[in-house]
Design a protein around this ligand. Structure first.
Ligand SMILES: Cc1cc2nc3c(=O)[nH]c(=O)nc-3n(C[C@H](O)[C@H](O)[C@H](O)COP(=O)(O)OP(=O)(O)OC[C@H]3O[C@@H](n4cnc5c(N)ncnc54)[C@H](O)[C@@H]3O)c2cc1C
Length: 527
């Protein structure tokens, strides 16, 4: 997956593309794979990096959503559980089974949540990740050695999926390219092209690296821009109503000593009625999330002090060791793409808005897909391409993505140890180390990143900036933000050596990364 090759393909392309997809998050990449795998000629344009926005900032669960079950939304849970099973089947190098324990402190919690989890098991059917069961107090403490034992009666264990969101997005971009698609990051859609009758016929785009302008024709344009959905809809119709109800969720990352067992904690109802998780992830613990209404879409949303207070306080309530500001290795925020149907009047607060996806085709033919969640991206994409192919008058082709492996698929990725997440690419990383043993160097003892991963990201994963490498090709920024800042100059140097960039490029990259990364470092002053 090379950006230069994609630019050449774009320049050489004659006539309209079958589809141009705007947005390189879970939804856009899913649509890209869905379309390319059916044989449609597809171009995907992402204005920043793949998964820069919401898709790298999730809780990292591939789940049915126990919470929606309580709300009685069985069809949503059923669909998500089906997709959960497919995702584990198609990307086993990135999706893992994880035990979640709901600790019970009140007498009624055991039976109440126990029944809910049994229903969850039943809905998952043969694609279940494991049977839920009641735990007594000592079994609960075995799974969660640091859960507060005071007043603990027992718990319920159930199973769900966990994944690396940004790495899945990158592997999805590679899958899309392998299926014949053309993917470009750092290519912003600035306007829509229209026929004399006002029908959408393509996009105007600007390369964010060179400033070059592109005028691109398409039989159908798909708007998969998540929290930016309304900005594209307003290019189609300046009077289009606002559908996004942005709600921010923040996560804290702590070291593993806060939750050393084999299971995650799930608190079904916090003071504000939210689900709270503490999840082991990449040898860290991720605690989240919150639900705060925010003004509008932000590519780099900043956590609010009250969110941090809420998370620290609630984590402290359930853990024997109370985390403080000084214990936070990284803090990250994301904005949920919660939308109302463009066809209906907007209203309601974010918790009332459907978590299901909304597919809308404007009178000018702009296809907009929004809402939903990471877990259900494939189904969202299937629905979208079914509709868009009809709109574009393309020959009907059946979906093949249920059984399509994501790039990196391997039957036994665990055999690759440090490079497990690279799946079938892992032997090639090892080969690179054999050729250049210095690439085995771990860049900092606080982080699991090795020099070879930087080279790999540049050569094969379309990483263009230091931030791409430290935030999304590796998760260094989330695992330890200060350590990531400290190794940025070394990463810039490795990238520059590989691509022939000069020192000015390195300095600019390090400065740009530091500016972003400082928002992930929680100093006492910012809390
Ligand atoms: C706090 C939080 C926790 C979550 N946890 C989970 C979870 O555990 N499991 C789960 O299944 N789901 C979870 N979700 C939901 C999930 O993350 C989102 O539903 C999903 O990532 C949305 O993907 P998307 O592609 O629609 O949007 P995005 O990822 O935001 O992608 C849209 C892309 O469009 C690009 N774009 C915008 N304008 C333009 C333009 N003009 N030209 C080109 N590109 C453009 C943006 O740069 C962006 O990359 C969570 C969400 C949040 C906020």
């Amino acid at each position: 997956m090379q950006r230069d090759d994609a630019i050449s393909t774009l320049n050489a392309h004659e006539g309209p593309w079958d589809f141009v997809i705007i947005g390189g998050g879970a939804t856009g990449l899913g649509c890209g794979i869905e379309a390319a795998a059916r044989g449609y000629n597809t171009l995907l344009l992402e204005m920043h990096d793949f998964a820069k926005a919401t898709s790298s900032r999730s809780t990292k669960l591939v789940h049915g959503g126990v919470r929606y079950l309580e709300q009685g939304n069985v069809s949503l849970v059923l669909e998500a559980l089906k997709e959960r099973g497919l995702l584990q089947q198609n990307a086993p190098h990135l999706v893992h089974n994880l035990a979640f324990v709901v600790p019970n402190y009140d007498w009624w919690e055991g039976p109440y949540y126990g029944i809910g989890m049994k229903v969850y098991d039943m809905l998952a059917g043969r694609q279940g990740f494991g049977r839920s069961k009641h735990l007594n107090k000592s079994e609960t403490l075995e799974h969660l050695p640091t859960i507060d034992p005071d007043g603990l009666r027992g718990g319920i264990v159930y199973y769900d999926g966990q994944f690396d969101d940004a790495r899945l997005a990158v592997n999805m971009a590679q899958t899309f390219v392998e299926q014949g698609g053309t993917a470009l990051n750092y290519m912003k859609v600035t306007d829509l092209k229209k026929s004399d009758q006002g029908v959408v016929t393509g996009v105007e785009a600007e390369c964010q690296e060179t400033g070059s302008q592109y005028s691109i024709d398409a039989k159908a344009v798909i708007n998969a821009t998540g929290i930016f959905t309304d900005s594209i809809r307003k290019m189609d119709d300046p009077n289009a109503n606002t559908t996004l109800r942005p709600s921010q969720g923040t996560h804290l990352v702590l070291d593993r000593s806060f939750l050393p067992g084999d299971a995650a904690i799930m608190i079904p109802k916090t003071d504000d009625g939210r689900v709270l998780f503490a999840i082991p992830w990449n040898d860290r613990v991720v605690v989240g999330t919150t639900d705060e209404e925010v003004e509008g879409p932000e590519l780099e949303p900043r956590p609010m002090p009250e969110e941090i207070d809420f998370l620290l306080e609630h984590a402290g309530r359930y853990l024997t060791k109370d985390p403080t500001v000084d214990d936070v290795l990284s803090v990250f925020a994301g904005i949920r793409p919660l939308v109302t149907d463009p066809g209906s009047p907007s209203g309601g607060d974010t918790s009332e808005i459907s978590r299901e996806h909304v597919l809308h085709i404007s009178k000018n033919g702009l296809v907009t897909i929004s809402g939903g969640k990471w877990t259900t991206y494939r189904k969202m994409a299937q629905d979208t391409i079914d509709q868009a192919a009809t709109l574009a008058d393309l020959e009907e082709q059946p979906s093949v993505t249920k059984n399509l492996h994501i790039h990196g698929w391997h039957e036994h990725p665990e055999q690759f140890g440090t490079f497990e997440q690279y799946g079938s690419d892992a032997p090639e990383l090892r080969q690179l180390i054999r050729e250049r043993p210095e690439l085995e160097e771990q860049l900092d003892e606080r982080l699991p990143i090795r020099a070879v991963q930087v080279i790999w990201a540049v050569r094969h994963e379309m990483a263009r900036t230091v931030e791409d490498v430290l935030s999304r090709r590796t998760r260094s920024l989330l695992l330890d933000a200060q350590a990531a800042i400290d190794i940025a100059p070394r990463v810039a140097q490795l990238m520059a050596d590989e691509k022939g960039h000069d020192e000015a490029w390195q300095d600019q990259q390090v400065d740009a990364f530091r500016e972003v990364a400082e928002g992930y470092v929680l100093s006492p002053a910012s809390a």
